[in-house]
Design a binder for this molecule. Structure first.
Ligand code: ZN
Length: 681
């Protein structure tokens, strides 16, 4: 058994940007040579077997992952000019390799030979699923196309990831390029002491007095949700809502407009080459949802349920703004502010009152205690693992008997040159075979405000939810029992089911007993008071109508953008956005709003025609959590969830796994109940 802190892990203290390209070049050349030899040896497809074909291929995939994974990761968490250059030099080469492999006709024939073999039904399910997924993915990579369209498909497959990387770069650059220095502290009235301290520290770090406001989300949110000064909120909104576009204060500097046009056109063309009517159909070919109609129906039905609630919420915000500040024209930069004010009035507390109770290290410890109890595992900090920054901590996961299961890195705080947001990414995937015996490892990355000189890092409740969410992804990666790397952990899981384990974890952030274990005032040590706990629980459905509509707007926009794309239509992106907003939204942003220009999920990542997955999987996660509620959080439900969902990874269809856990198909009732959207019709 490999030790969790063993030689599997990257030597981060030694990896330099200048190492990346030579290492990638060497692995790619070696893999190409090995693949040629391998294919020659299994030329006669009857000689191919799991042991002779798949194991060596997995060795090769592993070698590439070990070289490329750390480059991708370091590029994200230490995005210096050197790392960006190193990453961008490797990206086209790696993409080229993947595209070539995915279109390798001899390799495809060998896989088909295995799939059609007489004995495949006797193989372990993980092996069967590996082969079937691979054959499907070969077909979706254009392997069966005639030469000319295949070459075109390949060219697009190389171009699109470059465009996506550039899209992300523009967003990051645009965020970093804008700041507002405020000399007069009274302008920041309403903002929390923590936010003002943070802004002062930022100004000082840049050698100026006063306060520096920036567009990274914690800084933006601190203004848009709390600053009393309406003009200040508007200034921040205008910069934020136009980032990476042709509009706004940096208009045209980091404009993602042309990139979006090209990405959409190429995706559409790619789908057409495979015989799909549009890219959304191609996207759904590997997902749980059966058709674009099914997804649209799901979203529109949910929006119909959320709309009446959202309308009431909007009325309440408007009356409050009027009554409190004489505001008769509630603008979009007023909304988050009055949402907070309405929360204070209706629930009797502000989000920010909770922050002193959520010290980052206590929350982390409480989260570990929860999953240790739920799944019978142990989590222990380890110190002999090399990392990329002093803030990063590493933890070993063990079973109840102390045997190693896996390891994870936690990189909690925002810093310069670190990509914004929160995410889980894999470092090493689980694999058990005569060739390898490796435990899973993963990265958990967040962007919480760092501790100050005289104060520990304090999280908002929203940040607590984010942490639990990403840890849910981490647990699916770490607790997998699948031996075949192509379907272990999150690999091979249908994209619209991937958010099940993550959103499932969010539920615990509203559970009083769980909150009591880590909600402790950082100064007084007082446990989160019962009254505040009750309010927090009630806050889950607060403004849930508007929040649901917002998610539906994103999801429907993404779906229609890719489903109804017409290359002849000028201004397709904004046109689709307007139409979608007309159909489902109650809040209409100003015409300069360029939300798509920073919608990295669909233009810079893998959520294209798949953003609906969040809501789709929320049906699953709410329904799964309801199983815990129904059994009074009985001890056996946790292990059953671990065994039937988390441990299985992508080795079986997500629907089958869900049915195995729940005893029936998923049902939307639990989600509606949870979001306070009323009983089902
Ligand atoms: Zn997620």
């Amino acid at each position: 058994m490999t030790s969790v802190a063993g030689s599997n892990l990257p030597a981060f203290d030694q990896i330099r940007p200048e190492h990346a390209e030579p290492a990638i070049d060497a692995v790619l050349a070696d893999n190409r040579a090995k693949l040629a030899t391998l294919l020659a040896s299994v030329d006669d497809s009857s000689s191919a077997s799991w042991a002779t074909l798949i194991e060596p291929l997995q060795d090769m995939a592993e070698r590439l992952a070990r070289a490329w994974g750390p480059v991708v990761h370091l590029f994200a968490v230490t995005s210096t000019a050197d790392w960006r250059a190193a990453h961008n030099a490797c990206l086209p080469k790696v993409t080229q390799y993947y595209v070539d492999t995915s279109q390798n006709a001899a390799l495809f024939r060998a896989y088909v030979g295995l799939e059609n073999g007489a004995d495949i039904e006797q193989w372990p399910v993980g092996q069967q699923k590996t082969i079937r997924n691979a054959v499907r993915d070969f077909k979706l990579s254009g392997v069966s196309l005639p030469e000319a369209p295949r070459a075109r498909f390949r060219a697009i497959g190389i171009r699109v990831p470059e465009l996506e990387a550039k899209f992300q770069e523009n967003v990051l650059d645009a965020v970093q390029a804008w700041s507002l220095d405020v000399a007069d502290e009274s302008l920041l009235a309403g903002m929390t002491a923590q936010a003002r301290d943070g802004a002062r520290a930022k100004a000082r770090a840049h050698g100026t007095d006063g306060f520096r406001l920036t567009l990274d989300f914690p800084s933006y949110d601190a203004v848009i949700s709390y600053a009393d000064d309406r003009a200040l909120r508007r200034t921040l909104y205008e910069a934020y809502a136009t980032r990476a576009s042709e509009e706004g204060p940096l208009g045209g500097l980091y404009d993602n407009g042309p990139l979006m046009e090209e990405i959409l056109a190429l995706r559409h063309e790619q789908a057409g080459l495979l015989g799909f009517a549009n890219y959304a159909e191609l996207s759904l070919a590997t997902k749980m949802a059966k058709s674009t109609q099914e997804v649209e129906r799901f979203l529109l039905d949910l929006s119909a349920r959320a709309r009446p609630r959202a309308a009431l919420e909007l009325d309440a915000l408007q009356s409050l703004a009027n009554e409190r500040d004489g505001l008769t024209d509630l603008e979009i930069w007023d909304l988050p502010y009055y949402v907070e004010k309405l929360r204070e009035r209706q629930l009797g507390f502000s989000e920010d009152e909770l922050r002193p109770y959520f010290q980052a290290h206590e929350v982390i410890a409480g989260m570990f205690a929860l999953v240790q109890r739920l799944y019978g595992i142990r989590i222990e900090q380890v110190t002999n693992v090399s990392t990329w920054h002093p803030d990063v901590t590493t933890y070993a996961v063990r079973d109840a008997a102390g045997a190693a299961i896996g390891l994870f890195y936690l990189d909690p705080y925002a810093r310069e040159n670190k990509r914004g947001g929160a995410w889980m990414d894999e470092c090493v995937g689980r694999r058990r075979s005569p060739h390898a015996d490796q435990d899973p490892a993963c990265y958990l990355t967040c962007n919480f405000a760092a501790p100050l000189a005289d104060q520990p890092a304090l999280l908002s409740h929203r940040e607590v939810v984010t942490l639990f969410h990403e840890f849910g992804h981490g647990l699916q990666h770490l607790l997998t029992r699948v031996d075949e790397p192509a379907v272990s952990g999150l690999r091979g899981v249908e994209w619209d089911a991937v958010e099940l384990p993550s959103q499932f974890m969010e539920n615990w952030c509203y559970d009083k007993d769980t909150l009591r274990t880590f909600g402790r005032h950082w100064k007084t040590g007082e446990i989160l008071p019962e009254a505040l706990l009750t309010k927090l629980k009630a806050s889950r459905t607060f403004a849930a109508g508007l929040a649901t509509l917002r998610q539906i707007e994103f999801a429907l926009f993404d779906l229609r953008l890719h489903r109804d794309y017409d290359p002849r239509t000028k201004g397709w992106v904004l046109q689709t956005l307007s139409q979608t907003r007309r159909d489902v939204s109650l809040v209409h942003p100003p015409s300069y709003n360029r939300m798509p220009s920073s919608f990295a999920h669909i233009f810079g990542g893998g959520y294209a025609a798949g953003y609906y997955s969040y809501k789709w999987a929320e049906v699953l996660s709410a329904d799964a959590f309801a199983a815990f509620e129904e059994t009074g959080f009985a001890g056996e439900t946790g292990p059953r969830f671990r065994d039937s969902i988390l441990a299985q990874g992508g080795s079986r269809d997500a629907m089958d796994l869900f049915v195995a856990f729940r005893g029936r198909k998923p049902n939307v009732d639990a989600l509606l109940r949870q979001s306070g959207l009323g009983a089902p019709k």
